[in-house]
Design a protein around this ligand. Sequence first.
Ligand code: NAG
Ligand code: NAG
Length: 385
Amino acid sequence: MDFMAFFLTLLISSSLSLLVFFLLRSSRFARRKLRLPPGNLGLPFVGETLQLISAYKTENPEPFIDERVARFGTLFTTHVFGEPTVFSADPETNRFILQNEGKLFESSYPSSISNLLGRHSLLLMRGSLHKRMHSLTMSFANSSIIRDHLLVDIDRLVRLNMESWAGKVFLMEEAKKITFELTLKQLMSFDPCEWTESLRKEYVLVIEGFFSIPLPIFSTTYRRAIQARTKVAEALSLVVRQRRKESEGGERKNDMLAALLDGDGGFSDEEIVDFLVALLVAGYETTSTIMTLAVKFLTETPLALAQLKEEHDEIRAKKGESEPLEWNDYKSMPFTQCVVNETLRVANIISGVFRRAMTDVNIKGYTIPKGWKVFASLRAVHLDH
Ligand SMILES: *[C@@H]1O[C@H](CO)[C@@H](O)[C@H](O)[C@H]1NC(C)=O
Ligand SMILES: *[C@@H]1O[C@H](CO)[C@@H](O)[C@H](O)[C@H]1NC(C)=O
């Protein structure tokens, strides 16, 4: 997956309006004499974006960050993707930024992204609606739900898919299929069928839109993505309407959609559909890429692979071939958990998050001016020696 292509589209879509923004900001900023973190704004317009991109094209992309951290410290000012940006490679600052979501910082994404995700998706939501959706999502990550539902579904879906593997498979494709099926099951209790497979085909087109130039006139990929998004939303709307009718008749399934339907205050159908689309986007590409990378990393690390196999063989020896994994089995895989954690650390699928300061924010002796972009780099923290 090429995140640079994604970032480039952000750059193209935002550069012109942001030049104006930049000029306005810098004059206002000069007047107020705030103490910004040290750094370079680079050239007007492109700032240091080209340096960042060329760094990302090398095998080791860290020079951009390392160089600046060595010169300025872990909190520095730069100018990337069309705007002056405070860049944080500091774990405490990153935590502070994420903990003050909706209070001091808000998420900030260009319209090309919101057209694909929908206005009400979690990424773009703000304030109290965001809080309600977020706590609802998190309630599905608690241990009793993982134990009683998720584990059972994963076991069944992985077996089902692996049985159909004959000879060579393309692992990334298989991982995507499993991830999508699992997500649909968790969200709205659908088992794999023709309907889910045709929804997935539309879905792939939506995802492709994220990596295209976000102008319908120029890009057929983007145009196709928007059309596919409409089809996906229509299909999901039908499901939501149907389920709303059933729940009024007293039926209740145990899934995310049920929780959304009886969430206090009530979400509209449109809000629910956007939310489901966003969760599918969030889970699909990221989870399947991570799963594939775990296998790649293990292949490159025979010692770890051997230890992992040993742990799994021990569990397998205690169980029959068709007996599903249970919570206790899952809990007795400490080394597997280390492999998962290390994969997440090294892979860094989401390299960081963009936020915008809602007010002047003082941190570590510096001020991030109101309206400025902030990039909390997770990658820089994960790869710090
Ligand atoms: C997990 O979430 C479910 C449903 O939201 C709830 O009924 C249960 O009490 C929660 N369990 C824990 C341990 O928080
Ligand atoms: C893996 O990461 C999670 C989340 O950060 C942490 O709670 C857990 O202790 C880690 N597990 C191991 C085995 O290091």
